[in-house]
Every structure is written in structure tokens, then in C-alpha cells.
Design a protein around this ligand. Structure first.
Ligand SMILES: Nc1ncnc2c1ncn2[C@@H]1O[C@H](COP(=O)(O)OP(=O)(O)O)[C@@H](O)[C@H]1O
Ligand SMILES: [Mg+2]
Length: 256
């Protein structure tokens, strides 16, 4: 059943209701396929993500994790099948209630604070307090006026996450956001993601790092060669994986 939003203008359907955790309306992938160079890189994938918290998409390099995230967020079009949010195909209104952080931060050639303000402006939000809060959470307040392109890799990625969180997305996609960062930035990013999840943002986090998945995940989607070979509670997945490829992954073995 679709529920009209009470917060925003009419004709928008809730993806996630912050006030009642059980009313998460599922994200459905139906026979989702992405084909390139004569290969199904995402291969007839059926998936229903219907619980709040952090869903980690885990898998070997090349499994199709980044492609899946791009399909879910509508950055690329499926060759076949569909993505449905709360029963509706993805549209711009739904996309505006989501945010994404890429492995390599994509920042404006402006100051730190202008990057945040620009993101707020695109959503029609004017809120200085929120800007200051996300900068503080990211540990960037002291360098708010510095050009974003002069920041270190860790600072840039913390800014990319702060900018995503500033718009208070209902769904936050992250594609290996802390790859190659030092432990303090990894920690800051993970803490901010968990905090957003506790406040009600649905998090879909792609990583190939087992320890990170163990720290963050409520649920795991294990992706292998474009198929979701497992989807379930994180504890169960780590203690008792069902598929051969997930077992190999957890044991640090190549799967051939
Ligand atoms: N546009 C494309 N055309 C052809 N092959 C692609 C394209 N995008 C990704 N691939 C291939 O699809 C597979 C999955 O890619 P990707 O989703 O980036 O994997 P990962 O799980 O490491 O994020 C890889 O083998 C990659 O080389
Ligand atoms: Mg990737």
C-alpha cells in the first residue's frame, strides 16, 4: 500500500517513514538486468530490501556492486527489469529524497561550506544550523572556508558525506566511501553513517571489506557475478553463510 507523504507536497510517496520504523516500504528489484559487451553484469536480479537500518552490499571485486547501486539510484538505466521504490518506478521526486556518496568524491570547485550550501539550495533548503552541524560532525568546521579541491582525500570524502547528510536523505547510498582513507577518516565516516541510520535514514552501503561490513551491517546482500546469492541478517550471514561463493569470500579465498 502506498502512503501519501504528510511532510512534503502531494503526489510524493513515502519511501521511509522516520516516525514509525515499521513502515519502511520496500525497494524492489524485479528481474533487474544490466548488459554490456555481451555480458549480463547485473543478471536477472530479484531483491526486496524491506527493513530499516544498514544494508551492506558485499562481494568480490567486479561482482557488480557499483552497477547495482547506480541502477538503484537511477544513474544508469537497466537493460531489462525494473527498480521500484514503494511500488513506484524511480522518478526525480524520489531521487531527491536520496543521496549518494561515490568512492571518489565529486566536489564543486568552491569552498567547503559552499559545497554544503549548494546541495541544500538544490533541495530548496535554507538552514544555516544544519550546515554548521554537518560540518562539525565531519570535523570540518575549522576549514569551512578552504577550497574543497585543496583538502586531503579523507577530508574530501568527509565533506562528500557531510553534503549528502545535510539534505537529510531518506535513503543514503554509499559506494566504498572510505576506501584508501586513514583510520581516523574511516572511523568518522562509519560513525556518521551509523548516526544517520539511527536517526532513520535507510543506508545502502557497498564495500568489499569484510571488517567494515561486520562493523556496520544489519543486513547483508551478497552479490556474485551480478546475482544476489544471499540476502539476510548480518549475524546469520557471517556465522553461517549459505552459498559457496560467500563461504570463499569470508575465508579470504578466491572463488573460481
Ligand atoms: N559500462 C560498462 N561496460 C562494460 N563492463 C562494465 C561496465 N561497467 C562495469 N563493467 C564491468 O562489470 C563488472 C562489475 O562492475 P562493478 O559494478 O564496478 O563491480 P564492483 O562489484 O567491483 O563494484 C566488472 O567486471 C566491470 O569491469
Ligand atoms: Mg565498485
Amino acid at each position: 500500500m502506498l502512503e501519501k507523504s504528510t511532510v512534503k507536497s502531494t503526489n510524493i510517496y513515502k519511501i521511509y517513514d522516520r516516525n514509525s520504523p515499521n513502515s519502511f516500504l520496500p525497494l524492489l528489484c524485479r528481474n533487474l538486468t544490466y548488459r554490456a559487451e555481451k555480458r549480463n553484469l547485473i543478471d536477472d536480479l530479484n531483491l526486496s530490501i524491506d527493513s530499516p537500518g544498514v544494508t551492506v552490499v558485499l562481494g568480490f571485486n567486479g561482482a557488480g556492486k557499483s552497477l547495482l547501486l547506480r541502477l538503484l539510484h537511477g544513474l544508469i538505466e537497466p537493460t531489462a527489469g525494473s527498480v521500484l521504490w514503494a511500488g513506484k518506478p524511480l522518478n526525480n521526486k524520489i531521487r531527491h529524497r536520496q543521496a549518494m556518496v561515490f568512492q571518489k568524491p565529486v566536489l564543486l570547485r568552491r569552498s567547503v561550506i559552499e559545497n554544503i550550501n549548494f546541495a541544500l539550495a538544490t533541495r530548496g533548503i535554507r538552514n544555516r544550523d544544519r550546515c554548521e552541524l554537518v560540518l562539525e560532525q565531519a570535523g570540518l568546521s575549522a576549514i569551512a572556508n578552504r577550497p574543497a579541491r585543496l583538502l586531503s582525500g579523507g577530508e574530501q570524502q568527509r565533506l562528500a558525506l557531510a553534503r549528502a547528510l545535510a539534505v537529510e536523505p531518506e535513503v543514503l547510498f554509499l559506494d566504498e566511501p572510505s576506501a584508501n582513507l586513514d583510520p581516523s577518516s574511516v572511523n568518522a565516516i562509519e560513525n556518521n553513517v551509523l548516526e544517520a541510520s539511527r536517526k532513520g535514514t535507510k543506508v545502502i552501503f557497498v564495500t568489499h571489506e569484510l571488517s567494515q561490513a561486520q562493523r556496520l551491517a544489519d543486513n547483508i546482500v551478497f552479490l556474485h557475478r551480478g546475482k544476489a546469492t544471499e540476502h539476510g541478517e548480518a549475524d546469520r550471514f557471517f556465522s553461517n553463510p549459505a552459498s559457496k561463493e560467500a563461504m570463499a569470500y569470508l575465508e579470504g579465498r578466491l572463488f573460481v
